[in-house]
Each structure stands twice: as C-alpha cells, then as structure tokens.
Design a protein around this ligand. Structure first.
Ligand code: ZN
Length: 454
C-alpha cells in the first residue's frame, strides 16, 4: 500500500491548505448529534454518483489552516475556492486512492493512564470470579491503584504515549482520559496533569476527566463508615484540589452496588458541577443502581456502560432527551465482551427512545484492555445490534457530544477542526466488518498529516 502525497500534504510543509481527493466516499456525519432514526444518517457522499474516485467531481474535502473549509465535488470546490480568492496552489493534494474518508474517531471513555497490568484476572474470571469478588479480595482496581501511586509522572507519560499511538493507529484523533487509579489527591493530580500534557504534545487530543470516586481506597476500607468518609474526603479535599489545578473538564463517579450509591454519586457530581466540571457517571454496569435515573435528574453529560438500567432509568433518559437536554448513553461493548457477559446494554431501546448513543473502548487494565475503537465498533454491531452507520455516528459526532465538543470535532463540516481518517477500505461500513484488521491508511489532525501508512 503506497500513498502518494504531494508537497503541502505533509504536516511539516508550509502550505496552509489541503485538498483530500480520490475518495470512494466521504462520510461527513454533518448536521449535529444523532438520536433515534437519525442515529443511522451519516451523510455519505459516494464517488460512484460522480463516476468514481478519480472523476472530476468526486467528493473532496477542503482544509484551510487546520479547519474544514468545505466538503463537495472536487471541481465544484476548486471553482468556489478560486472564486472566493483562495490560491489553489496553496493547497496540497492528499490522494485517498479509493479509500473511504470519515471524521477522526473520538473515544469518549478511556482510563488511559495507569501502571501495571492484570492479566491474571482473566484466568480468575474463567474460573468464575466476578468483578466485585475480585475487588472485595483487594484485586481489581486496587492492585492498579497501588502500582499507579508508585509510578512517576514520566513513567505514566511514557505509558500514555505508547497507548495513544496505538489509538491513533486505529483512527482515533481525540480521547477522553480519566484519572481514578490514584484515589488520593497527589496521584489524581499527577494523572490529570499527565493527561493534559499528553494532549498538549499531540497529535491525539486528550480530554481529562476526574474520576476520584472510582473505588474506595485501601486506607478507607475496613472502616465501618469507609465509603462515606471517603466521599467526605473527595468533597472537602480532593475536589477543591482538582478545581484549583484546572486540568479536569469533567467529573465521573462509579455509581454501582457495593461501590458508590446514587446518593453519594449525586453529592459528588452536583458539587463538581458547581465548579464547572461536567458530570458523568459509570451507571448500571453490573446491576441496576439508579445510575440512569440520577444521570437524567442532574443533567449529566453522559451515563456510561448502562448494561443493566432499570425501565425507570431508561424512561428518565428518554424524557431528558425529549426535553432537549440529552444524556449521552455511552455504551462500552468491548468491556461486556471481555468480561464474558451474555447480557448487553439495550442499545436498540435507547435508539428507539430517542437517546443519543456513543460507543467507547473503556480502555483499562482490568475489564477492557483494548485501545481499538474499531474493535469496539464491531462489538457494538454484533452484541448491541447497532448498524455500522449507527455505530459510526456513535464514535464521531455523538462521542464528541459526550465530551462537550460537538461544535468542534466529530464531523466534516465547514468551520470545524480538520480531523479525518482515510481508510484502506472503500466504505466506512467495512470498518466494523473486518475486526482487528489494520484499516487506517492516513490520519489528519488539525489539518496536518499525523499518520501515513505508505
Ligand atoms: Zn470506565
């Protein structure tokens, strides 16, 4: 596979413009976040309608100084650009060579930063141990907490770079990164600072989320009021520290039976929202815990996992969506798969009830050690019964909505950041169809070519 890139296409060139041409299709996902029947409408512009990828008016994307100028037929675009005074010689040409072009993928839920690994739990689970059994035995999250507390910022950054590179290689241009393996203020601040730093380095953009309430840490366990004392510590010490640091843009809570109750989650998230942190929840992953209801009640940006929401919770999220204040159902089917569960999030119900659905990897060392959003897309097709087009909206514009960035990324439309992927397949419908294949040919971030498999 060789890709011809003429001068100006490269990220280090001086040309301010870039024209992406030669695509078999350009799927813009333009027009705002998707819900209901609209979840499947992705605005596919097919070159077949123009006579093929090399036809004069095949679909193309014009980029100027890191932003999308327009999407349209190449000849039409060139005429309009020239008419508006743009010099066409200031546009590099990037030839997609018959590949599909989509927005850069957005992973709306990852636990990017941690130390160590937990492959032993795979065998424990094979022998029947449950997530909460492993946690109660001091394993699970707590073993990662011990390793992460001992890791330096440099070690965490090296780990983060390695996995961000993997994600970029799967077409991901923006990633949410949660803290939550520190559970004490110093480590949580270190995780949030490293997440911020990695995003500054680029090319993958990183959105830091404070997940102080991920588990009750060892120093609070064994006390009769351990969880409650830790919640007070989160509210009185950690939250003010995180706010003062200014890196986190959202706050998340693991609202689940045996971890944090809906009432404790409400107190943390309402307090965090008071400081401007967007509320998110790990909700109803293992058992109905009032998470979906709480998300709707407090106007959370997202409710994540949702493998076992109650009917009342689904109804509350549907009502919130109908009211124009949707909670994004951020579903994580790679986790359900890796945990060998037979019960899956009711994605079809959320779509039928008008709740926007996003898909993420949940990348983490215990329950979803995959950095591949396309693999999660396959799992969404197979286990959540979502169509490939519904899934594409779920990992682009709806994932951007989950991060509060729907005006900036997640679709190819004028004015937005120029983040796109050229795939080595002719249609985006093949992205989930070839599980675990390397399908990414070229990635453009903010108008620059940041990955190119020639
Ligand atoms: Zn998670």
């Amino acid at each position: 596979m060789s890709l011809r890139v003429i001068p100006g296409g490269r990220g280090d060139a001086d040309l301010p413009g870039l024209l992406v041409v030669g695509a078999s299709e350009v799927v813009t996902v333009a027009g705002g976040p998707r819900a209901g029947a609209g979840q499947a409408e992705v605005d596919r512009r097919s070159a077949a309608d123009a006579g093929g990828p090399t036809a004069p008016n095949a679909p193309a994307v014009a980029i100027w100084k890191g932003r999308i100028l327009a999407v349209g037929g190449r000849a039409d675009l060139e005429r309009v650009l020239a008419g508006e005074g743009y010099r066409l010689d200031l546009f590099g040409r990037l030839d997609a060579r018959g590949g599909a072009v989509t927005p850069g993928l957005v992973d709306p839920h990852t636990h990017l930063l941690f130390a160590g690994s937990r492959e032993g739990e795979l065998e424990l689970r094979q022998r029947g141990a449950g997530y909460l059994d492993i946690l109660a035995a001091g394993g699970g999250i707590l073993s990662t907490v011990a390793a992460t507390r001992a890791a330096s910022a440099e070690e965490l950054a090296a780990h983060g770079r390695r996995w961000l590179d993997e994600m970029l290689g799967h077409g991901v241009t923006t990633v949410e990164a949660k803290s939550g393996y520190g559970l004490d203020l110093a480590t949580e601040l270190r995780l949030l600072e490293v997440a911020h730093q990695l995003g500054t380095e680029g090319p993958v953009e990183v959105v830091p989320t404070w997940l102080g309430a991920h588990a009750v840490p060892p120093e609070f366990r064994g006390r009769p009021d351990g969880a409650e004392a830790f919640v007070r510590d989160l509210l009185d010490e950690q939250l003010p520290g995180v706010v003062a640091q200014g890196r986190a843009v959202a706050a998340d809570v693991f609202c689940e039976q045996g971890v944090f109750t809906a009432d404790q989650s409400r107190r943390i998230l309402v307090a965090a929202a008071g400081f401007g942190l967007r509320p998110r929840l790990h909700a109803d992953e293992l058992a109905p815990s009032g998470g979906a209801e709480l998300a709707a009640e407090i106007g959370a940006t997202t409710a994540d996992h949702l493998a076992t929401p109650s009917e009342a919770g689904i109804a509350a999220m549907a009502a919130a969506a109908a009211d124009g204040r949707p909670v994004v159902a951020t579903l994580l089917p790679a986790t359900t798969w890796f945990l060998m569960k037979d019960h899956h999030a009711p994605a079809r119900t959320f779509i039928e009830r008008g709740v926007p659905v996003a898909i993420g990897t949940d990348f983490n060392p215990g329950t979803s050690p995959t950095p591949s959003l396309p693999l999660a897309m396959t799992a969404a097709c197979l286990n959540l019964r979502m169509s490939p087009d519904e899934v594409l909206a779920a990992v682009t514009i709806n994932a951007a909505l989950a991060l509060g960035l729907a005006d900036e990324i997640g679709s190819l439309e004028a004015g937005k950041q120029a983040d796109l992927v050229i795939w080595a397949v002719p249609t985006s419908r093949q992205i989930p169809y070839w599980p675990a294949a390397d399908l990414v040919r070229t990635v453009v971030k903010r108008g620059k070519i940041v990955l190119d498999r020639a």
